[in-house]
Design a protein around this ligand. Structure first.
Ligand code: CTP
Length: 366
C-alpha cells in the first residue's frame, strides 16, 4: 500500500506539482495501525488530477477533492486550501485554493492529523504532531473553540480518536467541547451515528462511554440511557439499550433486532421457551442488561433439546401418515405443541415417542 502511495506522489510531482500523504494514514503508520484509505494533499487541482490519472479518477468531485483508485487502494486527493465560510457549523461553503502546504495543514482539526509523508517516505511534522502522538494527546491545530465552532463533527472526532487510540484530550480541547457542545444539535443523526459507531466498536469502548458522559455529550446527543449500557462487545446491543431508534437512523434489520431485544428484556432469558423463540443472540443481550452472565445463557441455550423445527425427529409427511391426514393448518398446531412438549422436557426427541404422542393426542381432534 505504501509503495503504491509513494508512486502516486511521484507521478503527481512528475507533472510539476507538490503532493504529500496526509492525515489518518500517516498518523496510523506511525502508530503501526493499518489504514484502509489514504488522503493526499496537493497543489494540483481536481482537473489536473483527472488529467494525470484519467480513468483511475472517479467522476465524482466534492469541494476540491477527487478520488483515485489504484490497485484497489482508494486515494482521496484534496487540493491545498483555506476554508473561508462554514455553513451551519459543519460544511465549508467557501474555499480558496492555495499553494502552501503549511496553510493547508493549519485548516485541519488535530495536530496528530497534520503529519505528512513525501514521495521519499519521509515524515514531515510542521505542527508538532509527532510529539502529541508520543504524549498520547489530542490537541487541535490552533484555537480549539474555533475549530469546534467551525465544524461540530470535530467534537465527536476528538472523542473518537481519544477512544480508539486511547489518548487523552488536552485541557483546552475539553473546555472547548464544554463550550461548544450545544452546537451538536446542528449535526445530522447520520453523522452522529457514524462517529458513535466507531466509538462503540472500539477496543476502549468503556472509556469512550465515560468520556461522552464526563463531557455531558450524552445529553446533547440525546443518549439519556448511556449509563445503562452493560454490554461492550455488540454494537446493536448497545444501540438497543440506548433505545433511540425513533431518532437515529437504522436499517430495517437493525430495527427488528432491537425490537426483539426489547421484547425479550422483561422475559426470563433462561427459560427454554424464551431461549428457543428469541435465540441465543437476543437473549444474551437482553439477559446482560439484567446482569445475567452470557455463559450461563449460552449453556442453557446449548442444552435445549431442539433449536429449530428442523431438529425435530419427525417429518410433516410422517405426521400426516400417522394421522391419516392431507396437508393443512393442523400441522402448524401439531408442531407448536411438539415444540412446547419437547422444550418442557415432557417428550423425548425420538421418532417413535413423537409418533406415539401424535397418535395419542391428535387422532380424534384432527
Ligand atoms: N479533517 C478535518 N476536519 C474534519 C474532518 C477531516 O480537519 N471534520 C482533516 C484531518 O486532517 C483528517 C483529514 O481531513 O486527517 C482526512 O479526514 P478523514 O479521512 O475523515 O479522517 P482521518 O483523519 O483520515 O481518520 P479516519 O480515516 O480514521 O477517520
Amino acid at each position: 500500500m505504501l509503495k503504491t502511495a509513494l508512486k502516486l506522489l511521484e507521478k503527481i510531482e512528475e507533472h510539476g506539482f507538490k503532493a504529500y500523504l496526509v492525515g489518518g494514514y500517516v498518523r496510523d503508520y506511525l502508530l503501526n495501525i493499518d489504514s484502509s484509505d489514504i488522503d493526499v494533499t496537493t497543489n494540483a487541482t481536481p482537473m489536473d488530477i483527472k488529467a494525470i490519472f484519467q480513468e483511475a479518477a472517479l467522476p465524482h468531485e466534492d469541494y476540491g477533492s477527487i478520488t483515485v483508485m489504484i490497485k484497489n487502494v482508494r486515494f482521496e486527493i484534496t487540493t491545498f486550501r483555506r476554508e473561508i465560510t462554514y455553513y451551519n457549523n459543519r460544511k465549508p461553503i467557501e474555499i480558496e485554493y492555495i499553494d502552501d502546504l503549511l496553510e493547508d495543514l493549519k485548516r485541519r482539526d488535530f495536530t496528530i492529523n497534520t503529519l505528512c509523508m513525501n514521495k521519499k517516505g519521509e515524515v514531515l511534522d510542521l505542527l508538532n504532531g509527532k510529539q502529541d502522538i508520543e504524549d498520547k494527546v489530542i490537541r487541535t491545530v490552533g484555537n480549539s473553540y474555533l475549530k469546534f465552532s467551525e465544524d461540530t463533527l470535530r467534537i465527536l472526532r476528538a472523542v473518537r480518536f481519544a477512544t480508539n487510540l486511547n489518548f487523552e484530550l488536552s485541557n483546552e480541547v475539553k473546555h472547548a467541547i464544554l463550550a461548544t457542545k450545544h452546537l451538536l444539535k446542528n449535526l445530522s443523526y447520520e453523522r452522529k451515528r457514524q462517529e458513535l459507531d466507531k466509538i462503540f466498536t472500539s477496543k476502549y469502548v468503556k472509556r469512550g462511554i465515560s468520556l461522552l458522559q464526563e463531557l455531558g455529550l450524552d445529553k446533547e446527543l440525546e443518549l439519556t440511557k448511556l449509563s445503562q449500557v452493560t454490554i461492550y462487545d455488540d454494537l446493536i446491543g448497545i444501540w438497543a439499550i440506548l433505545d433511540v431508534s425513533d431518532r437515529y437512523p437504522f436499517t430495517v434489520n437493525e430495527k427488528e433486532l432491537m425490537r426483539k431485544i426489547h421484547e425479550a428484556i422483561p422475559l426470563n432469558n433462561l427459560d427454554p421457551q424464551v431461549l428457543y423463540q428469541y435465540g441465543l443472540y437476543v437473549n444474551s443481550i437482553a439477559g446482560s442488561t439484567k446482569g445475567i452472565d452470557k455463559k450461563e445463557i449460552t449453556k442453557a441455550y446449548n442444552a435445549l433439546p431442539i433449536h429449530s423445527r428442523s431438529d425435530i425427529d419427525i417429518t410433516s409427511q410422517e405426521i400426516m401418515t400417522a394421522l391419516n391426514q392431507k396437508p393443512g393448518p393442523f400441522l402448524r398446531k401439531v408442531y407448536k405443541d411438539l415444540i412446547k412438549q419437547l422444550l418442557m422436557g415432557k417428550l423425548s426427541n425420538q421418532k417413535e415417542s413423537l409418533l406415539h404422542y401424535c397418535i395419542q393426542t391428535y387422532k380424534e381432534i384432527v
